[in-house]
Ligand binder design. Structure first.
Ligand SMILES: *[C@@H]1O[C@H](CO)[C@@H](O)[C@H](O)[C@H]1NC(C)=O
Ligand SMILES: *[C@@H]1O[C@H](CO)[C@@H](O)[C@H](O)[C@H]1NC(C)=O
Length: 193
């Protein structure tokens, strides 16, 4: 008798707490609770910027929007002053994840950009943006645009980030700005800066 009561109690307790607190269950991505808070289940890791020993690519995070605390993660070969003779093509990378999950700090994107920057001999800027469901999707576009303007502010070599001033080629005739993203498929072959 006792085990049955226990099982019934567990059943009641678990369904009661699940049903009464959850507003929408989007497992395995996220859960929205009735009190408004959101629990993200996937893509939450924060891989710190680093010097990647495998590719010799160095990354660092630069805040481009202090209002929303949003950063760009910049990737470039380490100690460029020793090996780089001319400026490099610039890749602006918008991570995927359906505007809901992942970030530039997720393992997959961090790893991908280390490899890409090393193999393609480019400089890359991976853009953080505000995500749904806390934010309507338009905010991801607004943030990406803010980030692009921040990047463009380096075109004359006078932006806040020295790596971009010194090494990003904004002016070469053959497509100085490249865009890549799973969410935003876009490519540009001319500068509008
Ligand atoms: C800003 O964001 C970074 C991660 O991108 C986080 O580590 C830091 O704590 C945040 N700062 C504030 C003031 O929220
Ligand atoms: C970019 O445009 C130039 C001039 O119109 C052209 O010669 C070049 O092939 C284009 N590059 C790419 C990658 O499409």
């Amino acid at each position: 008798m006792a085990p049955l009561v226990f099982i019934l109690f567990l059943f009641f307790f678990s369904t009661a707490s699940a049903d009464s607190n959850i507003a929408s269950d989007f497992s395995p991505l996220f859960i929205i609770y009735k009190d408004g808070h959101i629990k993200r289940l996937l893509g939450n890791e924060f891989i710190p910027p680093s010097l990647d020993p495998k590719t010799n690519v160095e990354s660092r995070d630069i805040v481009y929007s202090s209002i929303y605390n949003l950063s760009s993660r910049i990737y470039m070969i380490s100690k460029p002053e020793k090996t780089i003779k001319e400026k490099l093509p610039l890749l602006v990378y918008f991570h995927g994840g359906g505007f809901v999950i992942q970030s530039p700090f997720s393992y997959g994107y961090h790893n991908h950009l280390n490899n890409l920057v090393s193999e393609a001999k480019i400089i890359a800027v991976s853009v953080q943006y505000r995500r749904a469901p806390e934010n309507p999707v338009t905010r991801a576009f607004e943030d990406s645009w803010t980030a692009l303007k921040w990047i463009a502010s380096h075109a004359k070599g006078k932006g806040p980030e020295n790596l971009l001033n010194s090494y990003a080629d904004f002016h070469k005739g053959k497509g100085p700005l490249l865009f890549e993203g799973e969410a935003i498929h876009l490519s540009a072959n001319q500068t509008y800066l």
